[in-house]
Design a binder for this molecule. Structure first.
Ligand SMILES: Nc1ncnc2c1ncn2[C@@H]1O[C@H](COP(=O)(O)OP(=O)(O)O)[C@@H](O)[C@H]1O
Ligand SMILES: [Mg+2]
Length: 305
């Protein structure tokens, strides 16, 4: 069955104010995650293919289709709910990504963008308590972080996590210590000549921009099917942002499927094909990136720009 997720999120947009005013994230009971999805349209009701206990092994066994003309999406998040302890943060997020597509995942500070990327990457926190996540027919929701990485999730975290005491090259080689190996070091140095020049320098002594390049390079050193970038431009000088933007454009032409979270929404929207906007842990917009660039009201309401 194929339904239109854009329709769903648009209809939710009108109901979003009500939903927000009645919700208290921190106080949300655990049973909330078991509640029926909050989508309001009849289509949304019928598209739900998950029972309350699907998470205990009753998954449909194939990637759900949302708006893909009956084809399974390359990547899908399906009604995911995730918690830090009892804090209910990711509140029923659903979206799909086509192979080779670039998604800008946007929203104000605290909207749940990082938490969504972390839930997708299957790190322990936030804990995924409901929903399904599929990458290229593989059920990520049933995996731990190391397994998700093995099947192609490549998260470049906001804090970059360059390993202290290792050179640039050692950081890259460490990423390749276990299969599946992705790009060769030569290819990474071609993409980021600065890293090649500094290959023997300790990674943590690089500038912020260079560390960001190393964090991206290290992820590409693994065989990545979905690149997740969390605020790659954060704290960087405009000239470095432009340099990294050019690199991401190059990665885009190679057809790398990517989700980019960025406070610099305009830059992300120029790079992206599609935009998904989160507000208080829910999708409030899913549509072409240009639509957000063209719609000042939407940007003002959800992005404050
Ligand atoms: N480790 C954590 N423990 C508890 N709450 C958290 C944690 N990390 C983030 N949060 C809360 O989750 C919400 C969403 O945060 P986050 O996903 O980081 O938002 P964004 O990336 O959109 O700025 C915020 O209210 C934040 O305070
Ligand atoms: Mg964040």
């Amino acid at each position: 069955m194929s339904t239109n997720v854009t329709k769903t999120t648009k209809s939710r947009k009108s109901g979003a104010t009500k939903a927000r005013s009645t919700k208290s994230k921190a106080a949300a009971p655990r049973s909330k995650a078991r509640a029926k999805p909050k989508n309001e349209t009849p289509e949304a009701e019928t598209k739900t293919l998950l029972g309350d206990d699907h998470f205990a092994g009753l998954a449909p066994g194939k990637a759900p289709t949302i708006n893909m003309g009956g084809q399974p999406a390359f990547f899908s998040c399906w009604d995911i709910h995730a918690y830090y302890g009892e804090s209910y943060i990711v509140q029923g997020v659903t979206f799909d990504v086509r192979e080779g597509e670039i998604i800008a995942l946007l929203g104000r500070n605290g909207a749940g963008k990082t938490s969504t990327l972390r839930a997708i990457s299957r790190v322990d926190d936030p804990a995924l308590r409901h929903g399904e996540i599929w990458l290229d027919h593989k059920p990520l929701h049933q995996m731990k972080a190391f397994e998700a990485s093995r099947v192609g999730i490549g998260l470049v975290p906001e804090d970059r996590r360059i390993i202290q005491g290792l050179t640039v090259e050692e950081n890259l080689k460490l990423a390749q210590i276990a299969p599946p190996v992705g790009w060769s070091l030569e290819r990474i140095y071609d993409l980021f000549p600065r890293l090649g020049e500094r290959r023997t320098q300790e990674g943590t002594t690089l500038s912020g921009g260079e560390q960001q390049m190393l964090a991206i390079g290290r992820t590409l050193a693994r065989d990545v099917k979905l690149l997740l970038l969390d605020e790659p431009y954060e704290g960087l000088a405009p000239v470095i942002v432009q340099e990294i933007e050019r690199t991401l454009e190059q990665i885009k032409t190679l057809g790398m499927t990517t989700i980019i979270v960025e406070q610099n929404a305009i830059a992300a929207l120029h790079l992206a094909d599609r935009a998904i906007i989160l507000d208080m842990g829910q999708v409030v917009f899913d549509g072409v990136a240009q639509e957000v660039l063209d719609n000042a009201d939407l940007r003002q309401q959800y992005l404050a720009i």
